[in-house]
Design a protein around this ligand. Structure first.
Ligand code: ADP
Length: 517
C-alpha cells in the first residue's frame, strides 16, 4: 500500500519525536529521581544524625560518664570491698577490677570468684595478659612532691570496646598513683535496653530505623525492615558504638518520587498522544490510499468505457459512410453530425484527463488577465447551447448590466463552466431548466433543476475519482474527474468552487471570485 509522502512525513514527524521524547523523558526522570533521592537520603541522614544517633550516643556517654565518676572517686590503694562496691552500687557498672603489671589481676581473684567474675576474667583474658603497658611517668610540678602526681589532675579514663563474638562490651580503666590499674566493665544492657524506645521516639516520620552491628545484623528496629531493599542511608554510631550504625529506609514515597511519577506520567501521556495522533494519521492515510486505489481502478474501467462508446459510434458511422452504404444526403449529414459530436466528447474526455495530470503535478499554467466574467459565461454557455437543447433542456443566461471584471484565465474559467454544464446535461436533464448566471459580487453560478446531490456527497463530489454512483451500470458514465478539475482550476485562479442545494430543488455550482460589487 502506498502512503501519501506528506502525510507519512507528518506521521513520522509525530511518531519519531514521540519516541525520542519518551526516551529522553525516561532518562531524565531516572537521573532526576536518582538525584532527588540522593538529596532526600542526605536530608534523612541529617535528620537521623540530629535525633536518633545523637540520643543513642548520649545514652552510651551517660553510662561512660557515670562509670568515670565512680572510677575517679576510687581511693588510692583500693580495698577489695571498695572495688566490689563499684559494681554493686552502680547500675552502669557490671564488673570492677584491679591489675598490676607484674602480678596481673589482683581483683577479682580466680580463687573464690563468683560465676560472673569467672566469666569476666575469661572474657578479658587476652587484655589482662597483654596488659596496660607501663605506668605513665608522673608529671612533676614545681614545689610538689612526685608522689602527689594525679592528685591535682583529673584522672583520665581510657575506654576500649570489646567484642566477644557478636557481643559488644566496654571496659574502662585509670592508672592509680601506686602503679596499679583500676577499671570497670560497663553494664551494656543498661543502655542498650533504652535503645528501642530512643529509636522509636526519635525516628523522623516516614522512616524505618534499625541499629545494625558489624555484620549488618539488625539489633533493634522501629518497624519491620523492607525486605530485600538496601537502606537509603546509613549513619555511623562510632566512636561511641564502634562497628554499629543506624540504617535508614524510607517507607512513604519521597516528594522526589511523587514529582518524578507526576512528571513521568505527563510525559508518557504526551508521548502516547503523539503516538496515537501519528498512528491515526497513518491509518487514515492508508484508508484514503486504499479508497483512492479502488477509485482509480473504477476510473480506468469508466474511462475505457467512456472512450469505447464514442469510438464505436464513430467507427460504425464512418465505415457506413466510407462504404457508400448511405444513399440519402440528409442521413449522411446526420451520421457526420454524430461523428463530430462524438469526437467532441472524446476531446473533452482526453482534455480532462490531461488537465487532471497537469493540475496534480502543479504544472498547469494560468494566463491571468482582467476579464469580464459575463463574456466568459456567455461564450461558454452558448458553445454548449446545441447540446443542452438536444438534451431537451432550456438554457437561460442571466448577466448583470455592468461588467464584472476579475483577474482570471478566460480559457480555464470557460472549461470550468463547460464541465459544470456538461454535468447538468448528464445528471439533471430531467429537470429541464439549466441556468447560467453571473452576479455583480463576482460569483458565476451554474444551476439546474435535477435531483441535486445528497448531503453526505456534497463535499466528496469534488474529490478526484469520486462518483455518487460508481457502477458501470450507472445511468451516466464518467471519470469522477470533472468536478475535481473544475475546483482545481477555480482555486488555481484564486477563486473557489462549491455546491449548494438550490431552493425549490436542484443543484447550484458556484464559482466565487469575491471582490466588490
Ligand atoms: P463524473 O461526472 O465524471 O462522474 P464529476 O467529478 O464531474 O465526475 O462529478 C462527480 C459526481 O457528482 C457525479 O458522478 C455525479 O454523481 C455528481 N454530480 C455532478 N454534477 C451534478 C449535478 N448537476 N446534479 C447531480 N449530481 C451531480
Amino acid at each position: 500500500m502506498k502512503i501519501n509522502p506528506p502525510t507519512a512525513t507528518a506521521a513520522i514527524c509525530l511518531v519519531v519525536p514521540a519516541i525520542i521524547l519518551a526516551w529522553a523523558a525516561t532518562a531524565f526522570v531516572k537521573s532526576e529521581s536518582a538525584r532527588m533521592n540522593t538529596l532526600v537520603a542526605d536530608a534523612d541522614k541529617a535528620a537521623v544524625e540530629a535525633s536518633a544517633a545523637a540520643k543513642l550516643k548520649a545514652a552510651v556517654k551517660t553510662a561512660k560518664d557515670c562509670a568515670e565518676t565512680a572510677l575517679a572517686s576510687l581511693a588510692q590503694g583500693p580495698s577489695t570491698s571498695d572495688l566490689a562496691a563499684l559494681s554493686d552500687g552502680n547500675v552502669w557498672i557490671r564488673n570492677a577490677f584491679l591489675w598490676r603489671k607484674r602480678d596481673g589481676v589482683l581483683f577479682p581473684r580466680e580463687k573464690g570468684a563468683t560465676h560472673e567474675e569467672r566469666r569476666f576474667l575469661a572474657r578479658y583474658v587476652t587484655l589482662f595478659e597483654e596488659g596496660f603497658g607501663d605506668a605513665p611517668t608522673p608529671r612533676v610540678q614545681r614545689g610538689k612532691a612526685a608522689s602527689s602526681w594525679f592528685a591535682d589532675e583529673t584522672p583520665s579514663v581510657m575506654w576500649r570496646a570489646w567484642y566477644e563474638g557478636e557481643r559488644l562490651s566496654f571496659i574502662g580503666w585509670r592508672w592509680m598513683a601506686d602503679g596499679t590499674v583500676a577499671g570497670v566493665e560497663l553494664e551494656t544492657v543498661a543502655f542498650l535496653a533504652q535503645f528501642p524506645s530512643i529509636l522509636s521516639e526519635s525516628a523522623p516520620p516516614g522512616l524505618v530505623l534499625a541499629v545494625r552491628s558489624g555484620s549488618s545484623k539488625v539489633d533493634f528496629t522501629t518497624a519491620s525492615v523492607p525486605a530485600g531493599r538496601p537502606p537509603e542511608a546509613t549513619v555511623s554510631l562510632a566512636p561511641e558504638l564502634p562497628h554499629a550504625e543506624i540504617a535508614v529506609w524510607r517507607v512513604v514515597p519521597s516528594p522526589a518520587d511523587s514529582h518524578a511519577v507526576f512528571f513521568a506520567v505527563s510525559i508518557a501521556a504526551v508521548s502516547i498522544l503523539l503516538l496515537v495522533a501519528g498512528g491515526w494519521l497513518l491509518v487514515r492515510e492508508a484508508g484514503r490510499e486504499r479508497m483512492d486505489s479502488e477509485r482509480k481502478t473504477s476510473f480506468v474501467s469508466n474511462v475505457s468505457h467512456e472512450l469505447k462508446t464514442p469510438l464505436t459510434s464513430i467507427r460504425l458511422y464512418a465505415e457506413m459512410l466510407s462504404e457508400g452504404r448511405v444513399a440519402d444526403d440528409g442521413e449522411r449529414r446526420r451520421y457526420l453530425g454524430v461523428i463530430v459530436r462524438e469526437c467532441g466528447r472524446l476531446t473533452r474526455l482526453v482534455n480532462n484527463v490531461l488537465d487532471f495530470g497537469r493540475l496534480e503535478q502543479r504544472r498547469r499554467r494560468f494566463e491571468m488577465a482582467e476579464t469580464d466574467l459575463r463574456t466568459v459565461a456567455r461564450d461558454a454557455a452558448e458553445s454548449l447551447r446545441s447540446r443542452v437543447e438536444a438534451a431537451d433542456m432550456k438554457l437561460s443566461i442571466e448577466l448583470p448590466g455592468k461588467a464584472v471584471v476579475r483577474r482570471v484565465d478566460g480559457d480555464a474559467l470557460s472549461q470550468v463552466v463547460v464541465n459544470l454544464m456538461d454535468n447538468a446535461v448528464k445528471y439533471a436533464a430531467g429537470g429541464k431548466a439549466l441556468d447560467v448566471k453571473v452576479e455583480a459580487g463576482g460569483r458565476l453560478v451554474v444551476a439546474d433543476r435535477g435531483d441535486g446531490v445528497a448531503p453526505r456527497d456534497r463535499e466528496r463530489i469534488f474529490e478526484r475519482f469520486y462518483r455518487c454512483d460508481d457502477s458501470l451500470a450507472a445511468a451516466s458514465s464518467g471519470s469522477g474527474l470533472g468536478l475535481a478539475i473544475a475546483r482545481g482550476l477555480a482555486r488555481g485562479m484564486g477563486g473557489e468552487l462549491g455546491y449548494a442545494p438550490r431552493d425549490g430543488g436542484g443543484s447550484e455550482f458556484i464559482i466565487d471570485f469575491g471582490g466588490e460589487e
